[in-house]
Design a protein around this ligand. Structure first.
Ligand code: DX5
Ligand code: ZN
Length: 262
């Protein structure tokens, strides 16, 4: 975990001039991702499932559970049939956490809002390939702003659509449920996309998975080649976040090891 802590310090050093830090980060986003590699697999609690009435406490508990990445699900009630929260909430939490903020935009017009999430303190910003936007240009804009750029893909969308865009991405988020709600059932079919992607990119970018990840599904996703696991219910419905995170990490490590041995 030491190296990951250094990355976070680099991103959010108190006292540093933030514009300088951000411009440095924009020059070496790929170096940052490379330095994350020894910290993999990572578990990212999905804040959609947290107790919003106690948000500060939840962030503290996640910190105690060594959650190095927090996943923020932004929903607009249009791209998905649900509304969640926006940049204002993320901005208010930013000073209270040193975790990497992984923002997942489930919104129809991401280009219109990306700058707000950069300003709110996002580290990685992911939007959907299913949105009607200039994907390459927006990914480049996210990178130029100093953030990691990600593309998400829904279960029914052909993964080949991502191929021409991979060189613009720092991470790809494979949806293992239809986006919009936490607590849905994992769709194992999407693991073929993970295999395909891993073959295309090697370890050049992070592969993340989102939806229905828990103790009964994480090992198979890890064996398929996932680096980062978004987990909502599996963390927030558990009585003890430390135990839940440890269990998930252990199963993910075991899953990855099994894949290496085979
Ligand atoms: C679904 C969201 C997920 C979701 C995960 O649209 O992107 O992050 O909250 O929740 P679980 O782990 O409960 O499926
Ligand atoms: Zn998500």
């Amino acid at each position: 975990m030491e190296r990951l802590a250094r990355v976070i310090v680099l991103l959010h050093s108190p006292g540093d001039d933030s514009s300088q830090v951000k411009s440095y980060v924009s020059m070496c986003q790929s170096a940052i991702l490379a330095s994350l590699r020894p910290c993999l697999p990572l578990i990212a609690p999905s804040m959609l499932k947290c107790d919003f009435g106690n948000l500060h406490r939840e962030v503290e508990l996640l910190d105690s559970a060594s959650a190095d990445v927090l996943h923020w699900d932004v929903m607009d009630g249009h791209f998905v049939p649900n509304l969640s929260y926006g940049a204002m909430v993320i901005e208010r939490v930013r000073p209270r956490s040193e975790a990497i903020f992984d923002v997942h935009l489930m919104i129809s017009n991401p280009a219109q809002y990306v700058a707000e999430y950069v300003a709110a303190g996002a580290d990685w910003i992911t939007f959907h390939i299913e949105t009607d936007t200039n994907h390459a240009a927006l990914l480049d804009e996210i990178r130029a702003s100093g953030c990691g750029a990600g593309l998400a893909i829904n279960p029914k969308t052909d993964v080949a659509r991502i191929a021409p865009l991979l060189k613009h991405c720092d991470l790809v988020l494979i949806m293992s449920v239809e986006p919009g709600f936490g607590g849905q059932k994992f769709q194992p079919d999407v693991l073929s996309k993970v295999h395909w992607l891993r073959e295309q990119v090697g370890d050049k970018l992070l592969i993340s998975i989102d939806g229905g990840i828990g103790t009964s599904t994480i090992s198979q996703a890890a064996a398929a080649g996932v680096d980062l696991f978004v987990a909502g219910s599996a963390v927030f419905d558990a009585p003890d976040y430390v135990v839940a995170m440890e269990q998930l990490r252990l199963l993910a490590v075991q899953g990855r090891t099994t894949a290496e041995v085979v």
